[in-house]
Design a protein around this ligand. Structure first.
Ligand code: FES
Length: 171
């Protein structure tokens, strides 16, 4: 059957089948477009509609930390996604400066975000990705990092050390 045939000569069953298949094609196309578009639009709008809260997270009792030591502490991200699993955990480098004073640095390098390592014998933070180096106070010592390590506010509350979490810092 061809489109050039007069309408009166068309087989009504075939015309119905053609209309049905056209409708199925349109519905499938719309469904595929929605499957692709909805996550993309959600991702693009997420900074506007989903502001990550800043929350205080406990990283352990004060007595767990010795004066002068820098240790890695992990805690739950401030806005974990329901499906994040273990990736909802993040970390910081925490140093007890005095009996009452703590300092915390983001583990993320300010160059491209790789986790930096603390080298206790050199008193330096080292980024394994491109050789970025930071002094113990977080200032850049060498390499490509454009900014010092980001610092988190720290407080002691009810005998616990707490870090004010925020989205992974990007500077
Ligand atoms: S990510 Fe750290 S130096 Fe590049």
């Amino acid at each position: 059957m061809h489109d050039s045939e007069p309408l009166a000569e068309r087989d009504p069953v075939e015309a119905t089948r053609r209309e049905f298949l056209s409708m199925v094609s349109v519905i499938c196309g719309a469904a595929i477009a929605a499957i692709i578009a909805v996550p993309c639009v959600g991702f693009l709008l997420s900074p506007l509609i989903r502001r990550a809260p800043r929350l205080w997270r406990s990283v352990g009792p004060v007595n767990n930390f010795q004066v002068g030591q820098t240790v890695e502490v992990s805690f739950l991200d401030s806005s974990p996604l329901a499906w994040a699993g273990v990736t909802a955990k993040t970390a910081a480098w925490l140093r007890r400066e005095t009996e009452t004073e703590f300092i915390a640095f983001s583990v993320n390098c300010t160059h491209l975000g790789c986790p930096v390592r603390w080298l206790p014998h050199a008193d330096l933070f080292m980024c394994p990705c491109h050789g970025g180096v930071y002094y113990k106070d977080g200032q850049v010592a060498a390499g490509p990092p454009p900014h010092p390590l980001v610092r988190y506010p720290v407080q002691v509350y009810n005998g616990e050390v707490r870090i004010l979490t925020s989205p992974i810092p990007t500077v």
